[in-house]
Design a protein around this ligand. Structure first.
Ligand code: KIV
Length: 278
């Protein structure tokens, strides 16, 4: 797709409904992002997300799609401690959860690990620019590589990931001009989020697109207000139950007359057969 200039479209998904919607919309790839910490699990960052969280949510997504490439994020702590642990954890995401590839954050510092994973048969997507697992090092979620020094380092990191065998690189929150240069320099595709239109593809967080996030970041576009649609539906249910309008006869099943008659012959039930009197 990079060679033919076809934009690659990737979207995050975390469960069966979001995965089905992503596939039906025609997404080329689905990212089970550790952003699920914020979008689904209610954490303030990606840091508390565990490998077990990623295994469960990745498996749900894999069960729900047939065509898009499913990439699973390696969560914080699952690849930093030792290369052996990292390979073993990535293997679990492929073998147990069914992901086709993993994504991890970092450049030259993780390139030897990427090389080892690829040699072990694990396709790896890189992630540069704003790497949210390093929020405590960066001191916030700000645009990266605005200065020449950091921009040059970003290009070197991207080239190191390519040389190590990564099949694509996410560029998050970097200036469009810098992302365009990285895209030009690499043979593998760049997938941008807040990195301008010159990347080979784009990735967005499902909840930002459909209006299920508490706020919409500048790099995202809210195409729907799903939270309002869902809130209206649940409020209508609450109202109808209180008014006696739901459930209607069409929502009920019925016992035959002989069953009701026989039931009435044994009433009232006595002793321990009566609920709460045992
Ligand atoms: O976790 C995630 O959703 C991501 C994307 C923002 C690229 O890493």
């Amino acid at each position: 797709m990079k060679r033919s200039g076809d934009p690659i479209v990737m979207v995050t998904a975390y469960d069966a409904p979001s995965a089905r919607i992503a596939e039906a919309a025609g997404a080329d790839a689905v990212l089970v992002g550790d952003s699920l910490g914020m979008t689904v699990l209610g954490y303030g960052s990606t840091l508390p997300v565990t490998l077990d969280d990623m295994l469960r949510h990745t498996a749900a997504v894999v069960r729900s799609v047939s065509r898009p490439l499913v990439v699973a994020d390696m969560p914080f702590g699952s690849y930093q401690a030792s290369p052996d642990d990292a390979v073993a954890n990535a293997v679990r995401l492929l073998a147990e959860a069914g992901a086709a590839a993993v994504k991890l954050e970092g450049g030259r510092s993780v390139a030897p690990l990427v090389e080892r994973m690829v040699a072990a048969g694990i396709p790896v997507m890189g992630h540069l620019g704003l790497t949210p697992q390093s929020v405590n090092v960066f001191g916030g979620y700000r645009v990266r590589a605005k200065e020449a020094g950091e921009a040059i380092a970003l290009v070197e990191d991207a080239l190191a990931l390519e040389t190590a065998g990564a099949f694509a690189v996410v560029l998050e929150l970097v200036p469009a001009e810098v992302a365009a240069i990285v895209t030009e320099e690499l043979e593998i595709p760049t997938i941008g989020i807040g990195a301008g239109p010159s990347c080979d593809g784009q990735v967005q967080v499902f909840h930002d697109l459909v209006g299920l996030s508490t706020f919409t970041p500048r790099h995202a576009k809210r195409y729907a207000d799903a939270e309002q649609v869902l809130a209206d539906a649940v409020a209508a249910y609450v109202r109808e139950v209180r008014e006696g309008a739901f459930p209607g006869d069409e929502n009920a099943t019925h016992a035959s007359e002989p069953v009701v008659a026989e039931l009435e012959t044994v009433l009232p039930l006595a002793g321990p057969r009566r609920a709460g009197e045992e």
